[in-house]
Design a protein around this ligand. Structure first.
Ligand code: GLA
Length: 410
């Protein structure tokens, strides 16, 4: 009887469930065919933290073009935390009118006019890590707003999410982005707590594997309730995760600290090389408007970028550690390989690597270097010079915290 009355009431009101717009079936899967190689771009957080405004973002877009970075493959200009103003009486989010007086739509138009794409930041909880309005309860509205602004990339953080389940929360924002209809890269920033590599590949395009990077090569910054990690500490935390990465779904060991003044030139090179070797997103985190030649040369090294952007999208692996020198391999397209010798110690180290005596096999992605039978030509990716073949042993002296990175080709 009750059901009958309810049905009569609905039909009397003249609105069926579907006419009220309730027939939408959620699509919890990320947009396909995005980030088929690790995303490349810039993000404001490492250098500028909450000091973001439209002047900085426009100038950064200009600098990405004039420095040659756009032509080297960098695409995304990502505003991190603190761009937010307030929600209006209907719940729609607005940009901070003082910092972004021209509005996000105008900014996105400007970025697009430079042949670049724009990213923005929000948080699955009630507030962002910087205390700005989070998207919890406003996911569909926010996705719609970002789409109307022309946003191409969303980094979605995990502060103030008490009681939320990560997988469900990220699926909700994915469904919201789907419903809004504008293809966007979804960057899951959950710090690896709930194993995002296990559920992330269908939901987002990249997922942070750790807490925040700290601007040092080899240190831990202890903030009491949380720690931030040096470049080497972050690298160590990628252990065991390579099988989860591939085209459209990447492990994200956080943004680059290159050019931020704390790493030596060799440490900058090592940082960039290792992020390339592990198929990490290459998101610069420095002031692109004021780069010295050394920083520009590192970020624009086309050989190293090509290793990172290789179409196979295979994350490299640590093959061996010998006297504090780590030896990493990454299988590349067309039977090529990249190799990196990373000196983690504070002393100069001698390398002596007899290719014919080594058995290099990628058991997960089924690739075999076979240097016993196959002769490869070597190219040093930092000097851009041919460097002999695998017929003879490689001997070299590697300075402290430096890297030797080469490509092997038949
Ligand atoms: C978290 C993230 C960082 C950055 C800040 C912003 O710490 O992990 O990458 O986005 O929040 O507040």
């Amino acid at each position: 009887m009750k059901n009958l009355i309810a049905a009569l009431l609905i039909s009397a009101s003249g609105l069926s469930a579907s006419a009220q717009g309730n027939n939408y079936v959620q699509n919890y899967k990320k947009f396909d065919n995005l980030a088929m190689t690790p995303p490349m771009g810039w993000n404001s957080w490492n250098k500028f933290a909450c000091n973001v405004d439209e002047g900085l973002i426009r100038q950064t877009a200009d600098a990405m073009v004039s420095s040659g970075m756009r032509d080297a493959g960098y695409t995304y200009i990502n505003i991190d935390d603190c761009w937010h103003g307030e929600r209006d009486s209907l719940g729609f989010i607005h940009e901070d009118p003082k910092r972004f007086p021209s509005g996000m739509k105008a900014l996105a138009d400007y970025i697009h006019s430079k042949g670049l794409k724009m990213g923005i930041y929000s948080d699955a909880g009630s507030q962002t890590c910087g205390g700005r309005p989070g998207s919890r309860g406003f996911e569909f509205q926010d996705a719609k707003t970002y789409a109307s602004w022309g946003i191409d990339y969303l980094k979605y953080d995990w502060c103030n999410t008490d009681g939320l389940k990560a997988e469900g929360a990220y699926k909700t924002i994915t469904a919201a982005l789907r419903k809004a209809g504008r293809p966007m890269v979804l960057s899951i920033c959950e710090w690896g707590t709930d194993k995002p590599w296990a559920w992330g590949p269908e939901v987002g395009h990249l997922w942070r594997t750790t807490g925040d990077i700290y601007n040092c090569f080899d240190c831990i910054e202890d903030n009491g309730t949380w720690k931030a990690w040096g470049v080497m500490q972050i690298l160590d935390k990628q252990e065991g995760l390579r099988k989860y990465a591939g085209p459209g779904h990447w492990n994200d060991p956080d943004m680059l600290e290159i050019g931020n003044g704390k790493l030596t030139p060799s440490e900058d090179r090592a940082h960039f090389s290792m992020w390339a070797m592990i198929a990490a997103p290459l998101i610069a985190g420095n002031d692109l408007r004021n780069m010295n030649q050394e920083t520009k040369a590192v970020l624009n090294n086309k050989n190293v970028i090509a290793v990172n952007q290789d179409v196979l999208g295979i994350q490299g692996f640590k093959y061996a550690v010998r006297d504090s020198v780590e030896i990493w391999f990454k299988p590349l397209n067309q039977g090529k390989w990249a190799v990196a010798f990373l000196n983690r110690s504070k002393n100069v180290k001698k390398i002596n690597f007899d290719w014919k005596a080594e058995t290099v096999k990628d058991e997960i992605f089924k690739k075999d270097l076979n240097s016993q039978q196959q002769v490869y030509k070597l190219k040093n990716l930092w000097t851009n010079k041919a460097s002999g073949t695998t017929k003879s042993s490689l001997t070299a002296k590697l300075p402290a915290h430096d890297i030797l990175m080469m490509q092997l080709e038949k």
